[in-house]
Design a protein around this ligand. Structure first.
Ligand SMILES: [Cu+2]
Length: 314
C-alpha cells in the first residue's frame, strides 16, 4: 500500500543520499584498489620471484602520506555527513506541531484541534514538527522515504521535523525493538495537498461512528483504533493480555494491592481495567504492560467496548 522510493519525498532526501553515495563511492574505490594491490603483490613478490625476504625500515614520507590522506578522507566524509544532518536539527519557527505518542504497540498522532489518528496526515510543502512522546519503553519513529528517524525515550523531551515534498503515502514504523508485538507498530504518513489536508483537518464527523452501526461494532472500532487488539484477542487465545472472550460477567481472579481476590467483571470492573490497569492485576499476567487510557478513551467509548464484550458472549 505504501511506496517509499520517491527521490524527492522530503527536503532531507538529497543531503542524506549524497552522504550515503559518497561513503559508498569511497568504499568501492578502496575495495578495487586494495584487491588490485593484494593480487599485484601476490604475483610480484611470490617466492619463486623473490626468494629472500627484505627488511624495510620506516619511511617518513609514507607515514605522512597515509596519515594525511586518511585525515583528509575522514574530513570529506564528515563534511557530507554534517551537511546532510545539520538541517534536521533546526525546525523553522512557523512549523506545524503534531504530537506523536508511542506506546506498546501503537503510534498515535494528536493534532492541535484535538483530532487523534493512527496514521499521520500532513500537508505537502509544509514544515511539520513531531513532538515525540514515549509512554512506556524506548521506541523510534522512522520514515524511510523522508530519511528521518529519531528515538523516542520515556521522560525525554525530543522532537523531529521534516517537510514532505510529494503527495502520497509512505511507510512509518518503529525502528527500535520494543517488545513482543513490536512489528505491529507499522503505519503510514499520508501527504495531502494543502486543500485536501484542510478538508481532512476540519472534518469533525470523522471521529464519530457511522450512522446505523451497532454499538458492539463501534466498540470493536474503538479497540482497533487504540491498539488494544495487539495485546488482547477476541477468540480466547492468550496474547500479552487476557482474551476478551467470555470476560464480561465472569468471575476474575485478580490481585488487588498485593492480595488475591475474586471479582465479577461488571461494567465498573472493565472501566477500572481501562483507566487504572494497575488496580486489579489479572492472575497469570504481568503488571506494567497495560497503561492507563484515561484521557484517550472516553466514557462513551468504554460503554461501546462493554457492548462489544457483551456481544462476544452471545
Ligand atoms: Cu516501538
Amino acid at each position: 500500500m505504501y511506496s517509499g522510493t520517491q527521490i524527492d519525498a522530503s527536503s532531507f532526501v538529497e543531503g542524506v543520499d549524497r552522504a550515503f553515495m559518497v561513503i559508498l563511492g569511497f568504499s568501492f574505490l578502496f575495495l578495487v584498489v586494495l584487491t588490485f594491490l593484494m593480487i599485484l603483490f601476490i604475483v610480484k613478490y611470490r617466492r619463486s620471484k623473490h626468494p629472500k625476504a627484505a627488511q624495510m625500515k620506516g619511511s617518513t614520507k609514507l607515514e605522512i602520506a597515509w596519515t594525511g590522506g586518511a585525515l583528509l578522507l575522514v574530513l570529506v566524509l564528515f563534511y557530507f555527513g554534517w551537511a546532510g544532518w545539520k538541517p534536521m536539527t533546526t525546525p523553522p519557527d512557523d512549523a506545524m506541531q503534531i504530537k506523536a505518542i508511542a506506546r506498546m504497540w501503537k503510534f498515535q498522532f494528536v493534532y492541535d484541534n484535538g483530532r487523534v489518528t493512527d496514521t499521520l496526515y500532513v500537508p505537502v510543502n509544509e514544515s511539520v514538527v513531531l513532538d515525540l512522546v514515549a509512554l512506556d519503553v524506548i521506541h523510534s519513529l522512522y520514515i524511510p522515504a523522508f530519511r528521518v528517524k529519531e528515538d523516542m525515550v520515556p521522560g525525554l523531551k525530543k522532537d523531529m521535523w521534516f517537510r514532505a515534498q510529494r503527495v502520497g503515502e509512505f511507510d512509518l514504523f518503529c525502528a527500535e525493538y520494543c517488545g513482543l508485538q513490536h512489528s505491529y507498530m507499522y503505519t503510514g504518513v499520508n501527504v495531502l495537498s494543502q486543500e485536501d489536508f484542510d478538508r481532512w483537518y476540519t472534518d469533525t464527523t470523522a471521529a464519530l461512528p457511522a450512522a446505523g452501526v451497532p454499538d458492539w461494532e463501534a466498540g470493536l472500532d474503538v479497540l482497533r483504533k487504540n491498539g488494544c487488539n495487539v495485546c488482547h484477542s477476541s477468540d480466547g487465545s492468550k496474547l500479552v493480555g487476557p482474551s476478551y472472550l467470555g470476560v464480561f460477567g465472569s468471575t476474575r481472579e485478580v490481585e488487588t494491592g498485593g492480595t488475591a481476590r475474586e471479582v465479577v467483571a461488571d461494567s465498573a470492573y472493565i472501566r477500572t481495567a481501562i483507566y487504572d490497569p494497575e488496580a486489579d492485576i489479572v492472575q497469570g499476567y504481568n503488571r506494567g504492560l497495560m497503561l492507563s487510557y484515561e484521557g484517550l478513551v472516553t466514557e462513551e467509548e468504554i460503554r461501546l467496548i462493554i457492548e462489544y464484550l457483551k456481544h462476544l458472549n452471545q
